[in-house]
Ligand binder design. Structure first.
Ligand code: IPM
Ligand code: MN
Length: 353
């Protein structure tokens, strides 16, 4: 009997719907090959919907999402919406309300993809960042005193709980054991300055490491990590880090793997519904031109398959992506040598052949 997965789709704004279309095309093809069927249910949320209705993401949608197997998001954003509104009201709301406590960002340079790092190739750039996704500086704790006066005080607190730290660190050890190239897990932090928050992190990391004698451990300060990621990215296998530092180093990771055209991420609740997305934004200037790179969205679909337990399907998507990117001239919009839909068709062709 074939398996069916129910997927909530938020195509979003700008080029979001275009890349999601290609992602869905690829998922349908992989389903055909592996005896998996999908039910895709579209949701209208994003900047356009907000500007039209004033609604960002209602609690009723969060409740509905809990009944799905996964959420597939294109991109949200529009220059007409003030920064912060959709971020907090939609993206972060999804993370907090669905307890998506893992942000997983693989940085794999595929053969034939350009990297800005000189003398580095696919054998050097193959690591994954596991970022804590519900605490730290993103918790939204803090406030103003005497706002808009000369005596104004702004406080933004960094919240690290033992529970939150333990579960992300444990996830990272499990992930390293299962998927690590060298079974090596590096904690990235700033223990020399964040002497409370990252002291807790370091103690938890140390404690949990004892349960995983087969996993090698390492520690790097976040500033040094930025240097090493450029100079010796091959030193990294799996990284675990806090929310803010994870946000910063995953953009560095994305550019060395070929940029936003290929970088994908998962916002994961290992015990619930997870959300998968391409990292590139809504790219309004490319909207409707059939020139945006859908590889990142297709890669997000690949991650979705992995976390639904369809590892073979996930590997098959990766193989097809690897063949496709080798044929593409560039990962940049408008310079791929193919249109958006042609890139999707090529991946499908490589899956089915
Ligand atoms: C990311 C993004 C988000 C973040 C923004 C859009 C809220 O940069 O997923 O990395 O800061 O986490
Ligand atoms: Mn980011």
């Amino acid at each position: 009997m074939s398996k069916q997965y129910d997927i909530a789709v938020i195509p979003g704004d700008g080029t979001g719907p275009e890349v999601i279309n290609e992602g869905i095309k690829v998922l349908k093809a992989i389903g055909e090959k592996h005896g998996i069927s999908f039910k895709f249910v579209n949701y209208p949320y994003g900047a356009e919907h907000y500007l039209k209705t004033g609604e960002i993401l209602p609690d009723s949608a969060i409740l509905e999402f809990k009944d799905f197997d996964a959420i597939y998001l294109g991109a949200v954003g529009d220059p007409r919406v003030k920064p912060g509104i959709l971020e907090r009201g939609l993206l972060l709301k999804l993370r907090f309300d669905l307890d998506l406590y893992v942000n997983l960002r693989p940085a794999i340079l595929y053969e034939g993809v350009w990297t800005p790092l000189k003398d580095k190739g696919p054998e050097h750039i193959n690591f994954t960042v596991i970022r804590e996704n519900t605490e730290g500086l993103y918790a939204g704790a803090g406030g103003f005193l005497y706002k808009n006066t000369k005596n104004e005080v702004a406080i933004q607190e960094m919240i690290c709980t033992r529970h939150g730290t333990e579960r992300i660190v444990r996830f990272a050890f499990e992930y390293t054991r299962k998927y690590g190239r060298e079974k090596k897990l590096t904690m990235v932090g700033k223990t020399n300055v964040l002497t409370y928050a990252h002291d807790l992190w370091a103690r938890v990391f140390d404690e949990i490491s004892k349960e995983y004698p087969d996993v090698k451990t390492d520690y790097a300060h976040v500033d040094a990590t930025c240097m090493w990621m450029v100079k010796n990215p091959e030193w990294f296998d799996i990284i675990v880090t806090d929310n803010m530092f994870g946000d910063i180093i995953t953009d560095l990771a994305a550019i060395i793997q070929g940029g936003l055209g290929v970088a994908a991420g998962g916002n994961i609740n290992p015990n619930g519904v997870s959300m998968f997305e391409p990292m590139g934004g809504s790219a309004p200037k490319y909207t409707g031109k059939n020139v945006i790179n859908p590889i990142a969205a297709i890669e997000a679909g690949r991650l979705m398959m992995r976390f639904l337990g369809e590892e073979e399907a996930s590997i098959d998507i990766q193989k097809a992506v690897q063949k496709t990117v080798k044929m593409m001239k560039s990962m940049n919009a408008g310079q791929m040598g193919f249109s958006t839909t042609e890139v999707g068709d090529l991946v499908v062709k490589h899956i089915l052949q």
